[in-house]
Design a protein around this ligand. Structure first.
Ligand code: GDP
Ligand code: IMO
Ligand code: MG
Length: 429
């Protein structure tokens, strides 16, 4: 059964939106399964640059249906601003084309206020969250007091729930964090309006996906964030509060393991991270500016959601091998190869040195990377502009060598190489 799962192998921003856009040309349904509007997925179509935070990027292809699965947390203002943005750009996002899971959880202004208050209270131990209320919304879900979209279908009970939710959050905001209280009535009234507008979009998306797969349709699961931000498998506690790894697609969409045919791991040709947490191959100074860009190009490394400059470094092969393992990645897509053009040489981390030994794998997962020193292989760079390459033979020998080493290190084939943000700037292998 053709469920294909697209995941990020790093700390997010690998170019998943771009890859989903390529793959969704032949998909019937594209479904987001985790996270919320902390994500920022960029798709470039000619003159147009779409930045999607919540709605799956695959909706841009006219032949697809977009699904927001039960694993996602939904902030209604973002949902409606994206629907409006899409429609203004000629992309239909009506309830016929966009379906929301009845079991997805809501993000409220109280979750956002708590996110900011909790970050402030962490002081020096800040995670650097996106401030979108993600952690508090998933906290409520796990504590079994979260608000599911299906509750919006019963207006009277929903209004009462919203009042009680904001009143309870206020106790934390004021009593624990010395933050400002929210107006429960105003929030409940605002959300009552959203409930009216969201009603036609809400359905059992697990059933919809199951039926589609039964009918031989192709479903593309669009992961947000990345493996190293996974709540269980990432660089805990510097992670997000959901499950971006491939198994999260099954839980977050309500499908069983036998449905998944391929796991497509998206990896940038170098490494980036926004927010705090370990980053063994991080570089600073001139090389950092070179990899990050200055912000002059739309693809330069500044956060799609928060605009923060991303931390940058060399590709970490140890963490990539780890991501391939925990996701059972079957195919690798390497993005942003073009950014490396012109570098005299490229460093690739092939192992971690600890106590005089070199390890190719992590003994205890990535939460504590402080004991390790990256071991680099220095590979020759290339000067040619690779943005025009469309086949393996168009790539400089040195770029071929770099890609082959990546594939060797993690044990899976590279199936596509992205050499620019435009739809046609891709090498299919
Ligand atoms: P996502 O969160 O994984 O979807 O990635 P983002 O959209 O946050 O960041 C990736 C950025 O790189 C976007 O601006 C993309 O348009 C851009 N991009 C994707 N692939 C390529 C590529 O091969 N080359 C270049 N130069 N930019 C790319
Ligand atoms: P996409 O889908 C990069 C990071 C935040 C922070 C940590 C926790 O575009 O790859 P959160 O707001 O989720 O509680 O923040 O996770 N983060 C991302 N970094 N890309 C993302 O999404 C991210 N979503 C969250 O910067 O370090
Ligand atoms: Mg992003």
């Amino acid at each position: 059964m053709p469920l294909e799962i697209v995941i990020g192998t790093q700390w997010g921003d690998e170019g998943k939106g771009r890859v989903v856009d390529l793959l969704s040309a032949r998909a019937d349904i594209v479904a987001r399964y985790n996270g919320g509007d902390n994500a920022g997925h960029t798709v470039t179509v000619g003159e147009k640059v779409f930045k999607l935070h919540l709605i799956p990027s695959g909706i841009i292809h006219p032949g697809t249906i977009g699904v927001i699965g039960n694993g996602v947390v939904v902030y209604p203002p973002t949902l409606f601003s994206e629907i409006e943005m899409l429609e203004q750009n000629g992309v239909e996002a009506s309830p016929q084309r966009l379906r929301l899971s009845h079991a997805a959880h809501l993000i409220t202004p109280a979750h956002r206020a708590l996110d900011r208050a909790q970050e402030a209270a962490r002081g020096a131990g800040q995670i650097g969250t996106t401030g979108r209320g993600i952690g508090p919304a998933y906290t409520d879900k796990a504590a079994r007091r979260g608000i599911r979209l299906e509750e919006m279908l019963n207006p009277e009970a929903f209004h009462k729930r919203m009042l009680a939710h904001v009143e309870e959050a206020n106790q934390w905001l004021v009593g624990v964090y010395q933050a400002e209280a929210l107006d429960p009535q105003a929030v409940a009234d605002e959300y009552a309006e959203y409930a009216e507008k969201m009603r036609p979009y809400i359905t059992d998306t697990s059933l919809l996906l199951w039926q589609a797969l039964q009918n031989g349709q192709t479903v593309l699961a669009e992961g947000a964030q990345g493996t190293l931000l996974d709540l269980d498998h990432g660089t805990y506690p510097f992670v997000t509060s959901s499950t971006p790894t491939a198994a999260g697609a099954l839980v977050g969409l309500g499908l069983g393991p036998g449905t998944a045919a391929r796991v497509i791991g998206v990896t940038k040709a170098f490494q980036t991270r926004v927010g705090a947490g370990p980053f063994p191959t991080e570089v600073s100074g001139e090389m950092a500016t070179r990899l990050r860009g200055t912000g002059a190009n739309p693809w330069d490394e500044y956060g799609t959601t928060t605009g923060r400059p991303r931390r940058v470094g060399w590709l970490d092969g140890v963490l990539l091998r780890y991501a391939v393992r925990v996701n059972n990645v079957t195919d690798l897509v390497v993005t942003k190869l073009d950014v490396l053009s012109g570098l005299p040489s490229i460093l690739l981390c092939t192992g971690y040195r600890v106590n005089g030994n070199v390890l190719a794998d992590l003994p205890l997962g990535p939460a504590d990377l402080s004991p390790f020193e990256p071991v680099y292989e220095e590979l020759p760079g290339w000067t040619a502009d690779v943005r025009g390459a469309r086949s393996w033979n168009d790539l400089p020998r040195e770029a071929q060598h770099y890609l082959s080493r990546i594939s060797e290190l993690c044990g899976v084939p590279v199936c596509q190489v992205s050499v620019g943000p435009e739809r046609e700037q891709v090498v299919d292998l």
